[in-house]
Design a protein around this ligand. Structure first.
Ligand code: C2E
Ligand code: MG
Ligand code: MG
Ligand code: MG
Length: 278
């Protein structure tokens, strides 16, 4: 009889909570502990001047080094961090640590470098985002213009009025603003004249086939021209081949990021590859 009971309980349990749910409950619980357990790691992907191959800055890209599951990609846990609100402490941790790393590199003599940090929608809407950034920069005595905040189009058009206000505060502080994954959002181009932007980052999906696909080439070329005409900087994401690099240089897009130069790597590896002691 007890066997039967446990059997029916099991069936109930199985139908109500499938494996996926159990797994996500487990992951959610461990995400709560991740910062305390020191499981978050920032990788850095160099941003390169395609003409000289010199490093101009880096993008901070978060990874979660889970004790049982190994390295987890941000695409797999940022949405959960957003849902649970954990993105607020985690995002603060990323910002502080990326800025500390930049300060270290500047003190090592690499004063030209910038640091790009991705913000999620929820972080961007958080009331004390701007004071938090200001405090971080002040306590490290970092020049605000070396911090580049990356936002996506969808984030900023979600609540346009609030977004413009936030961006103005960031600009006043002296921080630079980049539009990430440019060209993939569901927004009109009109917002470009209302937002105080500094940089457009051409989405990797256009760069991928830029040398084989005429439409991708046309879109990429148009984004570069658009940026130039609006007096914005332009960065190409996801450059993987010498041909893509050559194409971009021929269109006067100088700054790029991609596996052709380097994958996102740990700070020490980036130092070894790009930052010889000065
Ligand atoms: P993203 O900001 O657009 O970052 C660029 C992504 O493209 C990175 O993926 C990077 O590893 C990848 N990538 C760069 N160059 C190449 C290339 O040549 N080929 C290919 N195939 N991929 C390339 P990653 O590190 O997995 O990050 C994915 C996304 O997760 C980021 O996209 C960003 O939206 C988000 N993310 C990462 N770190 C953070 C963070 O600290 N906070 C927030 N809110 N989001 C983050
Ligand atoms: Mg980014
Ligand atoms: Mg991107
Ligand atoms: Mg170091």
């Amino acid at each position: 009889k007890s066997k039967e009971m446990s059997g029916s309980y099991f069936h109930f349990f199985k139908s109500e909570m499938n494996n996926r749910n159990l797994e996500s409950i487990y992951i959610e619980n461990s995400l709560y502990k991740a910062l305390d357990l020191d499981e978050m790691v920032i990788y850095y992907q160099p941003q390169i001047d395609g003409r000289t191959h010199a490093i101009t800055g880096a993008e901070a890209l978060l990874r979660w080094n889970h004790s049982k599951l190994g390295m987890i990609s941000p695409v797999d846990f940022i949405p959960l961090a957003e849902e649970t609100g954990l993105i607020i402490p985690i995002g603060k941790w990323v910002l502080e640590n990326a800025c500390k790393q930049l300060k270290q590199w500047k003190m090592d003599g690499h004063d030209q470098l910038t640091m790009s940090v991705n913000l999620s929608g929820r972080q961007f809407e958080e009331a004390d985002l701007v004071p938090m950034i200001e405090e971080t920069l002040e306590s490290l005595e970092l020049e605000p213009s070396c911090l580049h905040i990356e936002l996506t189009e969808n984030q900023i058009v979600r609540n346009t009025k609030v977004a413009i206000e936030k961006m103005k505060q960031l600009k006043k502080l002296g921080v630079k603003i980049s539009i990430d994954d440019f060209g993939t959002g569901y927004s009109s181009l009109g917002y470009l004249k209302d937002f105080p932007l500094d940089t457009l980052k051409i989405d990797r999906s256009f760069i991928m086939d830029v040398t084989e696909n005429a439409a991708d080439a046309a879109i990429t070329n148009t984004i570069i021209t658009l940026a130039q005409n609006l007096n914005l900087n332009v960065v190409a994401e996801g450059v993987e081949t010498a041909e893509q690099l050559a194409f971009l240089l021929s269109k006067d897009c100088r700054t790029m990021q991609g596996f052709y130069f380097s994958r996102p790597i740990e700070a020490a590896a980036l130092e070894e590859k790009y930052l010889s002691k000065k």
